[in-house]
Write a protein that binds this ligand. Structure first.
Ligand SMILES: Nc1nc2c(c(=O)[nH]1)N[C@H]1C(S)=C(S)[C@@H](COP(=O)(O)O)O[C@H]1N2
Ligand SMILES: [Mo]
Length: 555
């Protein structure tokens, strides 16, 4: 175990590290019944009609075989690197999932409406239970970086590796179609379905079907499985990943709807991971069972013989992958800042050029407003905030200063006079949950026009009355350019009521193209500055400083 100090141990290594999975019984029954039905059908066919016929494996004469065969170097490289990246994505993805260990098919994420949860806890309704309280511990043997609430680091691994995953995928598919190799994967006759079923009847009744030499071709079920991995699971993982981006979903709400909504996309993202995982388990089992040494030579060396060399190199390759997890663990805990900066180096310029250009324009209806909204953050404990709260924030004055021509102190009523607007938008928390609410307040644009930032001001910092996870005041920053976009509000109302204390009274930020942690609650003052580097630890906010979150979370 990492040597955490007391405050970090309380967050990352809590006393309650139980692991439980609960799945909605009706769903479990439906999946179980479907599987049983498929297996039963295979046994019935065997009993009634006998083992279905699979055409004999053609005799292959290596010297005059014309179709695509063998595994060229690029296939073997892509196969290995895909494994490296995919395992990192799965491991870091599990760490991300543990931070909000519930999956839904509805966008409000009301506790109890999940179809699966990875926590023994039912959300208590008699006290405040924040999304952070709900995060679960995950063993670092299973997740990268593992432990509890390590989503910042997990995302760094996820987003660095996804570039490798996508690059490998594109290279592989491009080469596939540039050569004849695509014919191995893409079924060209509908007969493949019949043959796949016949193959299934063999497996499901514990018989090995006649085994074609994988150097030249695959059996029908194998072909469909490989095709699905490359042409279904891969793209689905990528496209559902994009459907979790607040910048994309707030600009193009229809995009999330393709997948049944934002949370449904998250669930499908998870199910795709499960499919990859299940594929790997079955694939490896069959590679071992159907001529291990020879199969390994195919994919490692590109030769079709029975020497043990491919197998040995294969084991070495697997050892290298396992070492990469240990290295990732070490980097996560010894050099988290360097890792955070590495991710920024990879993603920040590209996000500025792409996702960050999307201007939020989301208009949900009153009916879409979520019946439940997960709260996050620590309620302020400062006595001045409590006094203000008791007085209904009538004595609250928002201080706006720094690099501005006209510093001001404004009451909630003064703010209202700048022109209040309303919007119904979806909140995306980094942890994975979402919720739709109606927010009322003044646009940051109106405030900026009032205070007139000087030419050197590029950044605006929001300071909270509330403390952050590890103490000290919570704060976060935005580029002025971003808060000038539509739907960036200083909100003082929620769902037609004055902003409730739990949700950030007297004022909170709404930045709809970014994740929730950028939306400071319980705002005390606002300061215009040159750069985020001048305040805190210089990373752009309390979570960025202490939890290695991204400066620009458009995804
Ligand atoms: N002051 C302060 N503001 C904060 C936080 C916090 O911890 N302290 N948490 C952020 C996070 S992570 C989220 S998701 C949203 C949650 O907003 P909600 O409680 O209204 O759902 O508030 C953000 N603002
Ligand atoms: Mo969040």
């Amino acid at each position: 175990m990492i040597a955490f100090d007391e405050a970090h141990a309380a967050v990352h290594y809590p006393a309650d590290r139980r692991f439980r999975i609960w799945i909605r019984p009706s769903l479990l029954a439906a999946v179980g019944m479907t599987l049983l039905a498929l297996i039963a059908a295979a046994w019935i066919e065997l009993a009634v009609a006998g083992m279905p016929h699979i055409p004999p494996v053609p005799q292959v004469y290596p010297n005059d075989f014309s179709g695509p065969h063998g595994f060229p170097l690029w296939v073997r490289y892509c196969h290995f690197f895909n494994f490296v990246f995919l395992m990192m994505l799965i491991r870091s993805g599990l760490s991300i999932l543990a931070d909000h260990p519930r999956l839904y098919f509805n966008d409000d994420c009301t506790p109890g409406s999940e179809w699966i949860r990875f926590t023994p806890i039912k959300v208590p309704r008699d006290r405040i239970w924040t999304a952070k309280d709900d995060a679960r511990y995950l063993s670092p043997i299973i997740g990268t970086p593992g432990y509890r609430h390590t989503i910042g680091i997990a995302r760094a691994w996820h987003f660095i590796n996804v570039h490798g995953f996508i690059f490998t995928g594109i290279l592989f598919v491009a080469m596939l179609f540039d050569t004849e190799q695509w014919k191995r994967l893409v079924p060209t006759s509908s007969l493949v379905l019949v043959q796949a079923w016949n193959t299934w009847v063999h497996y499901a009744t514990f018989h090995l079907p006649p085994e074609p030499n994988g150097f030249y071709g695959y059996n029908a079920l194998q072909q469909i499985a490989y095709f699905a991995v490359v042409f279904v699971f891969g793209p689905l993982a990528i496209f559902t990943g994009i459907a979790m981006s607040p910048a994309v979903v707030n600009r193009f709400p229809w995009y999330a709807r393709i997948f049944g909504g934002r949370q449904s996309a998250r669930s499908i993202h998870f199910l795709t991971m499960l499919s990859f995982f299940a594929f790997i388990v079955v694939h490896v089992t069959l590679v071992v069972m159907t001529g291990f040494a020879r199969n390994m030579n195919h994919i490692v060396l590109g030769t079709d013989d029975r020497r043990p060399l491919g197998m040995m190199l294969g084991f070495a390759g697997i050892a290298v992958v396992a070492l990469s997890w240990i290295a990732a663990h070490y980097i996560s805990w010894r050099h988290p800042r360097a890792l955070q900066h590495a991710q920024k180096f990879v993603t920040y310029p590209m996000q500025l050029a792409t996702l960050n250009r999307l201007v939020p324009q989301q208009h949900y209806t009153e009916q879409d407003i979520s019946p439940y909204m997960w709260p996050n953050g620590k309620m302020p404990t400062r006595s001045d905030w409590k006094v203000l709260a008791e007085g209904g924030f009538r004595d609250f004055r928002l201080k706006v200063g720094g690099l501005v021509e006209r510093p001001v102190e404004l009451s909630l009523a003064d703010l209202e006079k700048l022109g209040a607007t309303e919007q119904i938008t979806m909140h995306h928390c980094i942890q994975g949950w979402s919720g739709i609410a109606k927010w009322g307040g003044i646009s940051m644009k109106a405030l900026i026009e009032l205070v007139r930032p000087t030419a050197t001001a590029k950044t605006v910092a929001f300071f909270s009355f509330g403390d952050a996870l590890y103490g000290d005041a919570y704060y976060d920053t935005q580029s002025i350019e971003n808060v000038l976009k539509a739907q960036c509000l200083l909100a003082s109302r929620m769902n037609g009521q004055p902003l409730p204390e739990l949700y950030g009274a007297p004022l909170r930020l709404r930045v709809e193209n970014q994740l929730g942690y950028k939306m400071v609650k319980w705002i005390e003052r606002i300061e215009f500055i040159e750069s985020e580097k001048q305040i805190g630890k210089g990373e752009g906010g309390k979570n960025e400083d202490d939890e290695y979150f991204d400066l620009l979370p458009n995804i």
